[in-house]
Design a protein around this ligand. Structure first.
Ligand SMILES: [Fe+2]
Length: 251
């Protein structure tokens, strides 16, 4: 290769590399304006702090519910959607015939979060008429934030556990729009059930395990049929059911 040609080749190669580096840099920063990023970073830092408080039992689960609802109330929804890369996620959902799809959430666009988060997270996606099926929780605090679409959201207090049923009391039954939220703990609004009333609906969810030292049960979901027999005191006798059964009934 003549020297002149080699020099030209090197120059072109360097230009290509520079272009690649620029594109890479743009991809990393494509989601945000500088004005939006600190807001959402700060919001996630607060989420990290309040989940650690309840995880380490510095606050009671009902206090955590108030903190989480306060945080959800202050969300910059547009910034959160961008941070979650929501448009890309929403475009690629393989919706189930029954129930809701659980989609993974990553926080790679959020700066300053520690590793080893103490809260689980996911996005529920569903089509019209489909549900996050009715379920309660043991030893767990959790909260929903509507990202997109409309849903009918129902909650129940879990008043008593029995051999084959729970006694529950309806507490919330209303329409939820983007930016609206609700929370769950062992002590308040323990059962929830969300049904999409728009063509598609998306819910952001976080949950913390082992939030009630008085509950000997392993953290997790319990499935119930809340359309059971109405009994005295405004309560409902809600049979314990399997996931398959509740999905068949209400998914
Ligand atoms: Fe739940």
């Amino acid at each position: 290769m003549a020297q002149e040609t080699r020099r030209e080749f090197t120059r072109q190669a360097l230009q290509s590399l520079t272009a690649l580096a620029l594109i890479d840099g743009l991809a990393a920063h494509r989601l945000f304006g500088a004005d939006v990023q600190p807001i959402v970073d700060g919001w996630f830092k607060e989420l990290d702090a309040i989940t650690r408080d309840v995880h380490d039992l510095r606050v009671k689960d009902v206090e955590f519910q108030r903190s989480l609802e306060s945080l959800y109330a202050r969300v910059d929804l547009d910034a959160l959607l961008k941070s979650l890369d929501f448009d890309r996620i929403a475009a690629g959902v393989n919706y189930p015939a029954k129930g809701a799809k659980s989609l993974p959430v990553d926080f790679k666009n959020v700066a300053g979060l520690p590793t080893g988060l103490v809260f689980g997270r996911q996005i529920f996606a569903m089509t019209k008429g489909r549900s996050v099926v009715p379920h309660g929780h043991d030893n767990m605090a959790t909260g929903f934030l509507i990202l997109n679409g409309k849903l009918r959201g129902r909650h129940y207090d879990r008043v008593e556990d029995h051999e084959d049923h729970y006694l529950v009391r309806p507490t919330i039954d209303r329409s939820f729009s983007p930016g609206e939220y609700s929370t769950v703990s062992d002590h308040k609004d323990n059962v929830h059930w969300f049904t999409a009333t728009s063509d598609h609906a998306f819910i952001f969810n976080i949950h913390v395990n082992n939030t009630n030292p008085e509950n000997p049960n392993v953290p997790g979901r319990v499935y119930i049929d809340p359309m059971g027999e109405k009994v005295a005191g405004g309560l409902i006798k809600a049979p314990k059911v399997s996931h398959d059964r509740v999905n068949q009934l209400y998914g």
